[in-house]
Design a protein around this ligand. Sequence first.
Ligand SMILES: [Zn+2]
Length: 340
Amino acid sequence: MKAVRIHQFGGTDVLQYEDAPDPSPRKDQVLVRVRACAMNHLDVWVRKGLPKIQLPHIPGSDIAGEIVEVGEYVTGLRSGQRVLLAPMVFCNHCAQCTAGNHNLCRDFTVLGNLVDGGDCELIAISAVNVIPIPDSLGFAEAASVPLVFLTAFHMLTGRAALRPGNVVLVLGANSGVGIAAIQIAKLFNATVIATAGSDQKIERARGLGADYVINHYQQKISDEVRRITNKEGVDIVIEHVGVATWEESIKSLKPGGTLVTCGATTGFDARIDLRVLFARQLALLGSYMGTMFELNEVLKLVFSGKLKPVVDRTFPLKNVRAAHEYMEKSEMFGKIVLLP
Ligand SMILES: [Zn+2]
């Protein structure tokens, strides 16, 4: 098959579109022809080098395609079905997995991180990961869903315990997590304050339901939040930007508020004044992906049209270098999808 592989870590020139061995599925696995694989910032981190990745490596976490072969031990799935793949790998038999806390499993990893991903034509995957999709959902749209909608759903409902009517600040409305978080928060009738970096992105964020949008290049986020909330601050901040916005995110919280973070795109070495943490009784929570139950819950909302994936643009898989360069410019609104 054709695949994008990296044989060393580095710039976009390490992405090689080349022939790779076809995967041979186990009897408990399903072979899927990849029709679309959406990019995440993780693809860039993987390319630049993360610990424990074995080379050569195929990146790509968010996969949609068609089943071409079903292993002897697999029931309930058949060849030809249109599916998306849960973007994570877990042991499925430890205490955490059997309790449904898959993202706390010691073996937990994201597809395309410590195991080969979907920037290729064929992937062999455990049946538990394979989820049929409705005909109304195109492959590029389907691939744009799993990682970011699961992440945002776990952050808001699993970690921050979002309640109806909460005020939620969503950083980076144009990112996949931002797009998902705005829509999920609105399903809870939250008041959503989003941030974006251009007039066009601000318009798009409003279109997704954001009640207020702050231009994070021209306005000071915490000042605007204070003004919008009558000096109260927000209940929840959805963080994934990191160092560049961390201080403003903390300042935007109301006393007793919760900041939940799933990423550090602009850098991870953030600081906090511990006096602010205890005196204002803030909660700072980490979040990583989510559980299979949460994925199925959020997919129900996507399949019924209550939540909508946003595709920014697609690239043929062989143009993967251009896709990475485009992602690193951060000009997109929505997902960048590679088509094998
Ligand atoms: Zn486990």
